[in-house]
Write a protein of this length. Structure first.
Length: 238
């Protein structure tokens, strides 16, 4: 009888301990979920704050650019020297990608063929990478392109082109290379026509796995960059 009573007592104690452990685990789990939810909300709020800050800075930059332009135009009206200075400043801004520009040029549209995604083991069916994008930008620059964009992202002197995961970065913007890629350039149309039809032009690397559409047009519009250009290390030589 004592043995049975002891067994019942041990069973009750074990059941009570099991209940307490389960309850404690539940409380800890709920606390962790609450903490994680709070952290996610904090991160989301910070991201939204940074987005708003970026928009405010872009708007402020545009406003200052407009004010500076008005001042330069006023100064230019007062003499030929000021007009020449303004012309040089505008040329510098265009070269840096700080102004919307237009002119004759070429539009190259690359569309992936459907069989690119058919076999993961076939290396000949690979998608384009930074190599092909840099190759096209390079031969357009060799033909004296005065402005270039990739999927409406302006290429500037400080724009790097680099693979990262499933994206190609052009400056600070992501390009999805599994979709259509549109490259625009302003310059000599005939020089561009020679470049795209030259052996090794658009049949380089994985470009052979893409359908090419080349349009020589009288007017291409390329928007200014949204990337902030700054110099931290380079200084003029006196």
């Amino acid at each position: 009888m004592k043995k049975i009573t002891s067994q019942i007592f041990v069973a009750v104690v074990c059941a009570l301990l099991g209940f307490l452990l389960a309850h404690q685990f539940k409380l800890l789990n709920e606390k962790n979920k609450a903490n994680l939810s709070s952290q996610n909300l904090d991160i989301a709020a910070e991201v939204e704050s940074l987005k708003r800050e970026k928009e405010e800075l872009v708007n402020a930059n545009n406003s200052l650019s407009e004010e500076l332009k008005k001042l330069e135009e006023t100064a230019a009206a007062e003499g030929e020297v000021e007009a020449e200075i303004k012309k040089q400043l505008d040329n510098a801004r265009m070269n840096l990608g700080l102004l919307d520009v237009k002119g004759p040029g070429v539009i190259i549209t690359l569309t992936p063929k459907t069989n690119i995604f058919g076999s993961n083991n076939d290396t000949t069916n690979r998608i384009i990478t930074e190599d092909e994008i840099v190759h096209i930008v390079n031969f357009l620059r060799f033909q004296k392109a005065e402005a270039i964009s990739v999927n409406d992202v302006r290429v500037t002197p400080q724009s790097g082109i680099k693979n990262s995961g499933s994206w190609i970065w052009v400056g600070t913007k992501q390009i999805d290379y599994t979709e259509k890629v549109v490259i625009k350039a302003i310059g000599d149309k005939q020089a561009f026509n020679f470049a795209v039809n030259f052996p090794g032009g658009l049949d380089y690397g994985a470009l052979m796995n893409y359908d090419h559409k080349v349009e020589l047009v009288d007017e291409v519009i390329i928007n200014k960059t949204t990337q902030t250009l700054k110099n931290e290390y380079v200084i003029p030589v006196n």
